[in-house]
Design a binder for this molecule. Structure first.
Ligand SMILES: [Zn+2]
Ligand SMILES: [Zn+2]
Length: 146
């Protein structure tokens, strides 16, 4: 666990208000994730995620706990149980639950892991079957009707 950054650019807050998340950088990407891990963690068809450099995400206040979901560790609020972010050993970024960001902060760039989608979404964003080639994915796009 790294120390909270001195001056976060943005702060996320869990629904019960106990945990505040300090975000000390701009997000690397903002996505709707349709992966099975997100479906399990949130009991939702897909979730908004803001992906930050791992070192830019820290607990500013409150107590968190962790559980392993598929291959990733989910960091959750110890009081209300809300999912805060996902992280994995050696992975240089963390995927923050973008529903916890301040209003207007979530500006999605794309949909990822669409091959696992249980509820395809039709919009003007790119729909990647897994993730973009620059992220070591196939880069393959889904062709949901528009
Ligand atoms: Zn996911
Ligand atoms: Zn909470």
């Amino acid at each position: 666990m790294t120390a909270p950054p001195a001056s976060p650019q943005t702060e996320g807050t869990c629904p019960c208000g106990a945990v505040r998340i300090a975000l000390a950088a701009e997000p690397l990407a903002q996505v709707y994730c349709h992966c099975k891990g997100c479906q399990r963690a949130h009991s939702a068809a897909y979730v908004p995620r803001a992906i930050y450099p791992a070192g830019a995400v820290a607990v500013a206040a409150g107590t968190v706990t962790r559980w392993v979901n598929v291959t990733r560790t989910m960091v959750i609020c110890a009081k209300c149980g809300s999912h805060l972010w996902g992280e994995a050993e050696g992975v240089p970024f963390k995927g923050v639950n973008a529903a916890l960001l301040p209003a207007g902060a979530f500006q999605p760039d794309m949909h990822i892991w669409c091959k696992d989608a249980v509820m395809p979404v039709v919009d003007g964003l790119p729909h990647y079957a897994d993730v973009p080639a620059e992220w070591d994915g196939s880069g393959e796009r889904m062709h949901w009707p528009t």
